[in-house]
Design a binder for this molecule. Sequence first.
Ligand SMILES: Nc1ncnc2c1ncn2[C@@H]1O[C@H](COP(=O)(O)OP(=O)(O)OP(=O)(O)O)[C@@H](O)[C@H]1O
Length: 467
Amino acid sequence: MKTILIVDDEIQICTLLTKILSKEGYEVDHSVSGTGALKMLKDKTYDAVFCDYRLKDKEIDGSVLSLKIRELSPATGVIVMTGYPDVRIAIQLIKQGIYDYVVKPLSATQVILLAQKVILHQTLSSKEKSIEHTPPAETPVSTLVSPKGQLSQFVYGNSNASRELHVQIKLIAPTDYSVVILGETGTGKESVAHLIHTQSKRKNKPFVAIDCGSLSRELATSELFGHEKGAFTGAIQAKIGAFQEAEGGTLFLDEIGNLSYDVQTTLLRVIQERVVRPVGTTKEIPVDIRIVVASNEDLQQAVLNGRFRDDLYYRLNEFTVNVPSLRQRTEDLPLFVAAFKQLVETELGRSCGDITEEVYQVFCHYAWPGNIRELKNVMRRLYLLSTDNAPVTTAHLPEELQPAQLQSSSFIPGNEADLKNVSRQAEYKKILDVLQQVRFNKSEAARLMNIDRKTLYNKLHTLNILL
Ligand SMILES: Nc1ncnc2c1ncn2[C@@H]1O[C@H](COP(=O)(O)OP(=O)(O)OP(=O)(O)O)[C@@H](O)[C@H]1O
């Protein structure tokens, strides 16, 4: 049984949290003082501690206590609660190694989810440490059947970023936790979701992928939850929604951040109650699915901006997997290039030549804003334009990858003393920094810089930033 310690000088909070968590099957103890908590921590090992930031004993507040817990019991996950949020304190505590810093009052759902998440996190990180020392995968490339039944070469990679990603997948896949997959466009989020499914106990059941970005507000409810015949104009036949289609398996919701607030509310209800109600009916159909979602925008930011429901975010985010960009795994480029060469050879029905060192150099220095998808497309184009078995040179590269273009996009020539040029350089640097910060999402970059998308496009054009 997992053990949790509650530390709060308000006894009512201790009692309430104890009640909520005991009901969920945890063994819960409490202390109304930091000194008392320290004594208990010396006598017993806890999986998690929920601790108030402002404790009455002056010398041991939440910050000191969390530091002492790290020393005494590094495997214990610490959540600091506060009634007075302060970003600086939050940063300091997170740097100290606490798991989360949360604002009171907490709802029962939040408490339960936090407990699940912190304990899962601690378990995974201890397993991760033992896996970290294992040698790299013997087969960094393997054949995978895509959700559409096609065989494709899947590159696991051997870079540190890739190995960390696959350790996370391996650990999270067999659980039934909901997963949020974050990463830039084209990094392989859907492939990761599919991998999680194939390594789970649901692998013999369906994997259903829905692109929420392409669903209109009207269609979303019916696509997800289904509809009855005649439920609305045009509903000439009853339709089974994605939730029912995925019964027993995994439902992957891509670009989840694009769902309207109304649909988010229905989705939350379905996840909580585990039943769907197709449009136009009062019938409730039980569903047993695992939900994996993906986004290329920062969902936490969307929660802060009020565009994404926080309760839904907490429900979905039982674990986060961050998929690295191709820039963060350039070490894996040769593996990707070899796998895509083989793929294109099959697609074209002929053998193709090797790419030259010069082309590799370009690949290593290019930003790959479209990530693995972009590389795959570039490889298709290279081989389509080259003749059988002839080496592929930079002459075959698309315009944006021509060495001259790459160079001109990395600096702005001109007289350094010229004031106009100084401001252009500053603008150039700022735009690139912001773009990198938002993983090359142009709408988000424009919003952060307080300009409209059109202005950003004009600036990218004049500053010769090729994305
Ligand atoms: N590790 C990998 N090995 C081989 N091919 C991969 C790998 N990861 C992704 N791909 C390929 O790259 C392309 C993009 O992958 P995927 O659709 O999973 O990315 P995504 O991050 O979900 O994209 P988007 O942000 O547009 O939803 C696909 O053609 C996929 O097959």
